[in-house]
Design a protein around this ligand. Structure first.
Ligand code: NDP
Length: 450
């Protein structure tokens, strides 16, 4: 049994099924064979077994009161995975499906994503099984306050700096920050994604989506192509999806789809991004509200499609951007995208393509941008927010956007050159995994056994 296979066997038998975590670990470790062969020290110092084990897992009860006066209880999580490169950094997810396995998978991915940015950031993730859907503003606020009442003792601007993720946007970060400040008396950069007038950075809101598009632009440039005139589909209609759509349109692409957990919106004329922002960011309405102002669009409900298929992938496109959630694009979806002429897939969400879907894309030799590289623009800009907080500066939009663009170009180049060095220049999955792992592993060796 190989060293990688042995470690995968150990984590699978050591804990209850944590399928998504195992999938994420396998995807990284399966890429590392040639590197482990080249650098025996990694096995000698047992880096793999150390890197798949979080530094610590914090779990807590979150007790809050709903609008009817009932006492409600949720689970809260913060998994501080690896701080070798810098303070723990990674988002908080509020979604009913959140479990230890979800946070482990996201935290593990975050280590290597953060390493790829080249910035001094460790990896962590957190969240709760709280469902924000259908909750009033007051309920969201009370939940966030209760969540922070437990979390605040574990975080700090130089130790662990959470941010947003699914279900946690600007509103939630505001409530979380307010409670942190009440509890500690300190106004400091303990969270990123803050409001612009109280310590936030311009471009942070846009960064993950814009960054994914900058990454796709680099992949296409390698193939002598641009995004101009390309028909694109984007899944999701949250933070990452909206700003992926906005940047694609700025670069001359036509985005014809958006989606959510109930179905897909197909607007052949091109998604009206300002309308999407109003519905989702301001009014928190279902996607179907879009149809009232755009009668030329149609809605494809999820229930009309076979289980495990999502209608968004049946719409023909040149490039697809999965920006909703994990494992939202399976092998059948991949086959349909390829049959319909798709030649570029760039992941805005975390682990949105299943392993089999990725294999299909790789066999077809299309441009494929893996999440840990393509969506790293969010965390990179969070680090720019931390820099501004530390120096008490506020940079203008163009300055931050320019830095983000440069970081995404650098990440793409790192992945491509690493993939080239290991014999498969277009395999950015391998390039990202090897480059991210190597930076963390070398720093672990430097810092001694712990
Ligand atoms: P949001 O909560 O803003 O939006 C999530 C979107 O995905 C919504 O449209 C939601 O639909 C849809 N969605 C969520 N769960 C499911 C599901 N199970 N099935 C179908 N659709 C679903 O989250 P973000 O845009 O912030 O995050 C999207 C993805 O990007 C996640 O994978 C996240 O981890 C990743 N990411 C986010 C970063 C950030 O900066 N925000 C940074 C890096 C990665 P509905 O409203 O119906 O639930």
């Amino acid at each position: 049994m190989s060293y990688s296979a042995e470690i995968i066997r150990k984590i699978k038998t050591a804990a209850p099924p944590q399928t998504e975590f195992h999938q994420a670990v396998e995807e990284v470790l399966d890429s590392l064979g040639p590197l482990l062969h080249d650098i025996p020290k990694y096995q000698e110092f047992n880096i793999l077994e150390r890197v798949v084990e979080p530094d610590r897992q914090i779990m807590f009860r979150v007790t809050w009161v709903d609008d009817e006066g009932r006492v409600r209880v949720n689970k809260g999580y913060r998994i501080e995975f690896n701080a070798t490169l810098g303070p723990y950094k990674g988002g908080l997810r509020f979604h009913p499906t959140v479990s230890t396995g979800t946070i482990l998978f996201l935290g593990f991915e975050q280590i290597f994503k953060n390493a790829l940015t080249g910035l001094p950031l460790g990896g962590a993730k957190g969240g709760s099984n709280f469902d924000p859907k259908g909750k009033s503003d007051g309920e969201i606020m009370r939940f966030c306050q209760a969540f922070m009442t437990e979390l605040y003792r574990h975080i700090g601007p130089n130790t662990d700096v959470p941010a947003g993720d699914i279900g946690v946007g600007g509103r939630e970060i505001g409530y979380l920050f307010g409670q942190y400040k009440r509890l500690t008396g300190r106004h400091e950069g303990v969270l990123t994604g803050k409001g612009i007038s109280w310590g936030g950075s311009l471009v942070r809101k846009e960064a993950t989506g814009y960054g994914a598009v900058y990454f796709a632009k680099q992949m296409l440039a390698e193939r002598g192509e641009t995004l101009e005139g390309k028909v694109c589909t984007v899944s999701g209609s949250g933070n990452v999806a909206i700003y992926t759509t906005e940047k694609l349109q700025q670069l001359g692409a036509r985005v014809v789809a958006a989606s959510d957990s109930r179905g897909t919106l197909h607007d052949p004329e091109g998604i009206h991004v300002e309308l999407l922002k109003r519905i989702k960011e301001e009014q928190h309405l279902p996607l179907t509200a879009y149809l009232e102002e755009r009668p030329g669009a149609r809605h494809l409900p999820l229930e009309d499609y076979p289980a495990h298929r999502h209608p968004v992938w049946s719409i023909p496109c040149d490039a697809a951007f999965p920006c909703a959630t994990q494992n939202e694009l399976n092998a059948e979806d991949a086959a349909e995208l390829l049959n319909n002429g798709c030649r570029c897939v760039c992941e805005g969400a975390n682990m949105p393509s299943t392993t089999k879907a990725i294999h299909r894309f790789q066999e077809a030799h299309i441009a494929f941008g893996p999440a840990k590289a393509a969506n790293a623009g969010g965390v990179a800009t969070s680090q720019l927010e931390m820099s501004q907080n530390a120096s008490m500066e506020q940079w203008d939009f163009d300055t931050v956007d320019f830095k983000l663009h440069g970081i995404m170009r650098q990440i793409h180049e790192t992945c491509r050159e690493t993939a080239r060095a290991y014999g498969d220049v277009h395999n950015l999955v391998m390039g990202a995994n090897i480059a991210g792992f190597r930076r963390v592993a070398d720093a672990m060796l430097d810092q001694g056994i712990h």
